[in-house]
Design a protein around this ligand. Sequence first.
Ligand code: G1P
Length: 289
Amino acid sequence: MNRPLRKVVFPVAGLGTRFLPATKVVAKEMLPILDKPLIQYAVDEAVDAGADTLIFVTNRYKHAIADYFDTAYELETKLERSGKKELLALVQNVIPKHVRCVFVTQAEALGLGHAVLCAKPVIGDEPFGVVLPDDLIWNKGVGALRQMAEFAASENAGAIAVEEVPRSETNKYGIVDATPTSDRAALIKHVVEKPKPEVAPSNLAIVGRYVLPGRIFELLESTKPGAGGEIQLTDAIAALLAEQKVYAYRFDGTRFDCGSKLGLVKATLHFALQDPTLAAATREFITAV
Ligand code: G1P
């Protein structure tokens, strides 16, 4: 595991039913926070962590994500001809030149574990990252995935992002039972997907960032459907714990649950308040309503 992180998986095959009717035609990962779609924030974080191969696990309806990272020939030609250099740079720099995108289809929606397993042929046996774009993590310094990748490499172990949630919400998350080893890290003893509050081992919830060894693929292959009848990544991680160390990692940053309307609103306001051209007017609006 103490190799640098080169490959990151983005499971983006979900239907985004919480944002219907918008998601009839717009992939939920393309919903914007200000002027960037959620997937752009996720990709930026992965590239910052050192990734040069981005694997999008998608479905046959989600052309927009591939289009977004592809060359927009007509648009670029028009902007170039009209001398709009800054806009041209924005369009061309959605991804650095050395980074490649690979698109893998998840034919059936069988769960997050199944989605990650679809990336096996591209990853093979090396440590890799998983980023769930719904979980948008903001911070001023080093991105959450890079914090985790550096920690995982130094410990020669896996790492999963966690944060505390209200006990009443444990049934929305993977929940870990872990022994603290430092301010940020705790060695995971057990992990369970979406337990009811009364049986949850803690209120420390998994956030959508993982650094995992290639071994997880073999474990996923024998993982039976779990919570919600889906093949759960959490269950394969539970099996991994018998073989390797996996840490729960309290990242430095603020998470927004952009899989929910309220989370999307909060993220939009937060990012507007960070933007010098929008901050004052946004603050004025918030205090007036
Ligand atoms: C997935 C994982 C869950 C994790 C969550 C974080 O659940 O299965 O363990 O806590 O992401 O966002 P989902 O939100 O896809 O139901």
